[in-house]
Ligand binder design. Structure first.
Ligand code: NAP
Length: 311
């Protein structure tokens, strides 16, 4: 497992993370096996959110119930969670009160005294950056949250927060897979009139912005073809892509999951891949991608096979 230091946090992290969005219906034993399999593969970083699991804090709670971490075991994990989405609507809420209430709920559900990282889940159009700053400062001073970040944010939205927030923004979690990759492929086709791929969907160069500002991009849904419409691996909607993935998997003696991960980790931005599978074997298989360094021709071949233009 490849690791690196989060630039703004001086925190050593693996470049593959286990997301726990889908564990609500799993048994204690299944959750333990999943998490321990991840740990055995070098994945010491867990991604939660207050909304995962159908009812608020459900997946956080199921994790804590299943793992029953002792204080020393707790310290071996980097636990990240998110706040700011109100499912009963839905709407977004970055108010001081909502952030504090959500964090208190996460601490209770996770049965821990502190969160390593808290992310603001999806941009709130009504955000008051001063309120976010006050909430972050209080949570940090109380030792309840060590580091802060965002998710699904554009460069300008981060700038707006940074104008008030003194706590470093350490991460921006964004949707990224070979097939859902506008944050990478837009730049490959920049300025091509009439080319859909050239359209800026991320507020303008979010990946480069994050690199420039020491903000680590975390790739969510690394195997999903689009927005929760099924995985591209093995899908007959992506024959050309799967042919290349399968050939590379055979060449590197790994599974296709590893190649999908390696395509993301090959990017020099030090992107963390957030796995969502609940199948232990897939965690092991995907984690193997961390140690594969695709060549430039292989990386671009995957881009072309996914249907992106490389002009
Ligand atoms: N920040 C955000 O807005 C945001 C949004 C969504 C998700 N997330 C985070 O990102 C994590 C990953 O999201 P995700 O679960 O959508 O991503 P994913 O890892 O791309 O997808 C995992 C899902 O695909 C299924 N799957 C089917 N075939 C698979 C294969 N060959 N390899 C791997 N999985 C396969 C898995 O089923 P099995 O479980 O049966 O293996 C699971 O349901 C979440 O857990 C969450 O932590 C963040």
């Amino acid at each position: 497992m490849q690791t690196f230091t989060l630039p703004s946090a001086e925190l050593d992290v693996p470049n593959v993370v286990l997301g726990l969005m889908r564990i609500a219906e799993k048994s204690d034993e299944e959750i333990r096996t999943l998490v321990h399999t991840a740990r055995d593969a070098g994945i010491t970083f867990l991604d939660h959110a207050d909304i995962y699991g159908g009812t608020m804090h459900r997946c956080e709670e199921r994790f804590a119930q299943a793992l029953q971490l002792s204080p020393s075991e707790r310290e071996q994990w980097i636990i990240q969670t998110k706040c700011g989405i109100v499912p009963d609507g839905p709407y977004f809420d970055f108010s001081y009160e909502h952030i504090i209430e959500s964090v208190e709920g996460s601490l209770r559900a996770l049965e821990t005294d502190y969160l390593d990282i808290l992310l603001l889940h999806r941009p709130d159009a009504l955000v008051e950056p001063d309120e976010v700053a006050r909430a972050f400062d209080e949570l940090h001073a109380a030792g309840k949250v060590l580091h802060f970040g965002v998710s699904n944010h554009t460069p300008r939205q981060i700038d707006l927060l940074r104008a008030s927030v003194d706590q470093p923004i350490v991460a921006n979690q964004l949707q990224l897979s070979i097939t859902h990759s506008p944050i990478i492929t837009q730049g490959i086709a920049a300025n091509m009139l009439g080319e859909q791929q050239a359209v800026t969907l991320d507020g303008g160069g979010v990946l480069d912005y994050c690199r420039l500002h020491g903000i680590t991009v975390q790739a969510w849904s690394p195997f999903q073809a689009g927005f929760f419409d099924g995985v591209f691996l093995g899908s007959d909607k992506h024959p050309e892509l799967n042919a290349v993935i399968n050939r590379l998997a055979a060449q590197y003696e790994v599974t296709p999951e590893a190649i999908a991960v390696a395509w993301i980790t090959r990017h020099p931005a030090n992107i963390q891949v957030v796995l969502g599978t609940t199948t232990p074997q897939r965690v092991t298989d995907a984690a193997a991608g961390s140690d594969i360094r695709l060549t430039r021709p292989e990386w671009y071949e995957l881009v072309r096979a996914a249907g992106w233009k490389v002009p």
